[in-house]
Design a protein around this ligand. Structure first.
Ligand code: PGA
Length: 252
C-alpha cells in the first residue's frame, strides 16, 4: 500500500523566535511546490507563533516537541494541548529519547500524552528506539515491544488511524552514525507487524513509520527506498533550510 512520505524536522532547543522565523520562511520558499510529501517542523515553544507565520500558505505544517496532558491548571512550566492547537500545531512529537533520558519520560507518561493529543485532534508522533547497549544485548525488539505496547495501551483502532511512529535508535541520534538501510527496514517491518498483531492489518498497512537518527541529504534516498520506511524525523540536518529542503525533496 502506498503511504504518503512524511519528513519532519525536530529543532530541539535551537533557535530564538526571530531565528526560527527566518529559517521557516526560507524553508517555505524552498519546498513551496513539494506536493508529494508531508512536511513538518517542530520548533521550540517560544518560536511556534513566529514559525506559524513563516510557513503560512506553504506545504509546511507546524508541530510541537512535547505537551502536557492536562488542559489547564496549576502546572507551572507546562504547555497544554489546547495551547498547541491555538498556536497552529497539527502534530506533536511524543516520547523522544531525550525526553525519556533527561526528563523522566516513561511509557506511562507517553501514554497519557498520546491520549491528550488525540483528544485535541493533534497527530502524535510516537518516538521509540533502543540504546546501543540494548542493541548489543539483542534486546532491540523486546525494548520496542514494551515501548509500543505500553505507550499505546488502551487505544482503539480508530484512535490510532493517524498515528505516526518514529523509530529512532538512540545510538544514531546526533552521532553521525545512521542505522543502515537494512537495519532500519528490519525494525520498521517488525513495528508494522506488531501493530498488525495488536490492532489490524489495515492499520499496519496505513501506519507511517519514520526513521530518525543522523538523517542527511546523502542518506535519505536509500532509507526511503526501503519498503517500510515512510519518512524521517530529522534533528541536526533540519536546522538549515537548504539542507532540510534537500531531504524533503529526496525524490527529485
Ligand atoms: P539527529 O536527531 O537527526 O540530529 O540525529 C534526530 C532526532 O533526535 O529526532
Amino acid at each position: 500500500m502506498a503511504r504518503r512520505p512524511f519528513i519532519a524536522g525536530n529543532w530541539k532547543m535551537h533557535k530564538t523566535a526571530p531565528e526560527a522565523a527566518k529559517t521557516a520562511e526560507q524553508l517555505a520558499a524552498l519546498v513551496a511546490d513539494a506536493a508529494d510529501v508531508d512536511v513538518m517542523i517542530a520548533p521550540t515553544f517560544t518560536a511556534l507563533e513566529a514559525v506559524r507565520k513563516g510557513i503560512e500558505g506553504s506545504p509546511v505544517a507546524l508541530g510541537a516537541q512535547n505537551l502536557f496532558w492536562e488542559t489547564e491548571g496549576a502546572y507551572t512550566g507546562e504547555i497544554s494541548p489546547p495551547m498547541l492547537v491555538a498556536a497552529g500545531c497539527k502534530y506533536v512529537i511524543i516520547g523522544h529519547s531525550e525526553r525519556r533520558e533527561y526528563f523522566g519520560e516513561t511509557d506511562e507518561t507517553v501514554n497519557k500524552r498520546i491520549r491528550a493529543a488525540l483528544d485535541h485532534n493533534l497527530i502524535p508522533i510516537l518516538c521509540v528506539g533502543e540504546s546501543e547497549s540494548q542493541r548489543e544485548a539483542e534486546k532491540t525488539f523486546s525494548v520496542l515491544d514494551k515501548q509500543i505496547k505500553n505507550g499505546l495501551q488502551g487505544f482503539s483502532l480508530d484512535d490510532l488511524k493517524d498515528l505516526v511512529i518514529a523509530y529512532e535508535p538512540v545510538w544514531a541520534i546526533g552521532t553521525g552514525k545512521t542505522a543502515t538501510k537494512e537495519q532500519a527496514q528490519e525494525v520498521h517491518a517488525y513495528i508494522r507487524s506488531l501493530i498488525g498483531d495488536m490492532y489490524a492489518k489495515s492499520l499496519a498497512d496505513s501506519l507511517r513509520i519514520q526513521y530518525g537518527g543522523s538523517v542527511k541529504p546523502g542518506n535519505i534516498k536509500e532509507l526511503m527506498d526501503m519498503d517500510d520506511v515512510d519518512g524521517a524525523l530529522v534533528g541536526g540536518a533540519s536546522l538549515e533550510a537548504e539542507t532540510f529542503s534537500k531531504i524533503v525533496r529526496f525524490n527529485k
